[in-house]
Design a protein around this ligand. Structure first.
Ligand SMILES: Cc1cc2nc3c(=O)[nH]c(=O)nc-3n(C[C@H](O)[C@H](O)[C@H](O)COP(=O)(O)OP(=O)(O)OC[C@H]3O[C@@H](n4cnc5c(N)ncnc54)[C@H](O)[C@@H]3O)c2cc1C
Length: 529
């Protein structure tokens, strides 16, 4: 039965995985009405996407939930490399990124807990996920999206919205309805995943990778003295239809040559990996985000984190257009900034994943001898080098992602910046600001619902103040005092200047003086007065 009720809403979010939930959180911040539906009856209950990267934690910090994330998770202290049951090297990673981020580490936080934090965030603002509600189809006409969903009792409901967000995962119904190609590769080898308690010699806050003749396994600590273990399938099980937990439990010690006894198992799954990208991430007022737009191998823990950044990139743009603050052309920047965003990292992840899972005898030889030599001799040296650690952190943490080529990145109005200063399109680097004798993180000071103007000067010139008021910018004055010398240096400002920061913390424009000509030109391009 089709209940033809006029259910109008600004945004319909399809899918309440991490990407859909983050979109909901961001729309709630901007006070944009939305509905979020999911075909499942409950949210995730396992470790799933376990590693939360620094860039995601920076967004959590802006949302006021980073403290909860940290207390619910485990910061990885070290990475150990084990061969045939013996640790051959270990490197500390709890301060991998140094001063590059407020969160210079990898946080192990179960996907179920990440989802819970996001669910609580929208719950506190009066929203909840409509469960067992499935999208069946939709059309777009005259700037309006008409969706048909199936309700838990089997009846149909029509929902009208200005925008629809496809956060419905790798098998996206919406992507299929739109016939958007999803191309890339599926890896032939499966891996198995276990969430469990175990008795072992492993340290409870360290990541370990264990290699043996027949196995490559990763051990990731989870809060509550538990482990998440990802492993390849030993050769004798590679072609079997079904590997059970019982088989793993009985044979894991032999495969890995490690002293480990499973005590209780909470999740067991055998899965294949894919690396695929949607050919486009927008069709009129429908946007693809998260796994609906891209899927990755587990190497580097990028999948969920990339989806969360998609949501953070898109939601404020939709909000500004719905509120008639920005021109609809602002939405064009979503595709130009996010389409294929993680392809660079994926090339590296592809090689690593194939080396780790291949059953080819040449690759096995490489893993057993060449890689082992590398870990014993070279790795202990390079892993101590600051330049290596910073580079590695920058690429894995997603803080290095930039939108320099975007239409929203206005080239410098003056070029007398230090070379290392952030450029339009870069993430605003992390720094602290002095306030009342304390240091306050810049993420706390900026408003995620506005463009923010950081003005480096001893007082606010009238012209800058008026421009801020005219375009509803949040203006923050950073005077040149001894406590802010390092901030001026980091931002490449010698005397005075300003940075215009987008709601998602990326630099839109910068100036090495207080002239507002370029600022106004940029704002007129983007904003509706
Ligand atoms: C072994 C493994 C380890 C991983 N580890 C990490 C990691 O450490 N860090 C990381 O960043 N990523 C990791 N990933 C990737 C990560 O799990 C995914 O990228 C992430 O879960 C995708 O989130 P999403 O919200 O886009 O999609 P999903 O989590 O798939 O959510 C999609 C939602 O849409 C709903 N849905 C689907 N169809 C419909 C429909 N027709 N109507 C209504 N609802 C619908 C589904 O029920 C689901 O709840 C890992 C992946 C694997 C396989």
């Amino acid at each position: 039965m089709n209940q033809l009720i006029d259910n109008s809403i600004d945004v319909l979010i399809v899918g309440a995985g991490p990407a859909g939930l983050m979109t909901a959180c961001q729309l709630a911040i901007h006070q944009i009405p939305f509905r979020i539906i999911d075909k499942n009856s409950s949210s995730s209950t396992n470790s799933g996407a376990l590693i939360v990267q620094a860039r995601t934690l920076e967004i959590f910090e802006q949302m006021g939930i980073s403290g909860d994330a940290l207390s619910e998770g485990v910061v990885a202290g070290s990475i150990n490399i084990i061969y045939n049951g013996k640790k051959i090297t270990s490197t500390s990673i709890n301060d991998l990124g140094g001063t590059l981020s407020l969160f210079p580490f990898l946080l192990m936080l179960e996907q179920s807990k990440t989802e819970k934090l996001l669910l609580n965030f929208i719950g506190d603002r009066g929203y909840s996920v409509e469960r067992e509600v499935q999208i069946q189809g939709f059309t777009q006409e005259d700037e309006r999206v008409t969706s048909v969903v199936i309700l838990p009792d089997g009846s149909e409901q029509v929902i009208y919205s200005k925008y629809i967000i496809a956060a419905d995962g790798s098998t996206s119904t919406i992507r299929n309805i739109l016939n958007i190609p999803f191309e890339g590769k599926s890896y032939p080898k499966s891996i198995f995943i276990v969430d469990c308690k175990a008795e072992s010699d492993l340290s409870p806050d360290e990541i370990s990778f264990a290699f043996s003749k027949s196995s490559v396994a990763g051990f990731f600590p989870i809060k509550g003295s538990r482990w998440r273990i990802d492993s390849n399938l030993p050769p004798e099980y590679e072609n079997q239809q079904k590997l059970t937990f019982d088989v793993v439990e009985q044979n894991f010690q032999r495969w890995t040559q490690m002293n480990i006894h499973f005590q209780s198992q909470q999740w067991f799954s055998v899965t294949r990996s894919h690396q695929k990208y949607a050919k486009s991430v927008r069709f009129q007022n429908c946007f693809l985000i998260g796994d609906a737009a891209h899927v990755h191998t587990p190497v580097g823990a990028q999948g969920m984190n990339t989806g969360l950044q998609d949501a953070n990139n898109l939601a404020w743009k939709i909000a500004f257009v719905i509120k008639h603050r920005a021109k609809p052309s602002l939405l064009d920047s979503y595709s130009s900034e996010r389409l294929g965003i993680s392809k660079g990292f994926a090339r590296y992840a592809d090689v690593v994943f194939r080396v780790l899972t291949s059953g080819n005898s040449g690759v096995k030889f490489f893993r057993s001898y060449v890689l082992r030599l590398f870990f014993m001799v070279l790795f202990p040296l390079i892993s101590r080098l600051k330049i290596f650690r910073r580079r590695f952190f920058k690429s894995i943490s997603q803080i290095n992602i930039n939108y320099r080529g975007s239409i929203l990145s206005y080239r410098e109005s003056r070029f007398n910046f230090f070379h290392a200063a952030p450029k339009p399109g870069d993430r605003l680097p992390f720094f602290n600001l002095p306030e009342g004798g304390k240091n306050i993180s810049i993420y706390e000071k900026l408003d995620p619902a506005s463009f923010n103007l950081l003005v480096m000067a001893d007082f606010l010139p009238d012209e800058v103040k008026q421009t801020g008021e005219q375009f509803n910018l949040r203006v923050l004055l950073i005077p040149n005092i001894p406590e802010t010398v390092s901030v001026y240096k980091q931002l490449g400002i010698k005397k005075t200047g300003y940075y215009l920061i987008r709601p998602d913390m990326y630099v839109a424009l910068k100036s090495a003086n207080l002239n507002t000509l370029h600022l106004k030109r940029f704002l007129k391009q983007v904003f509706i007065k």
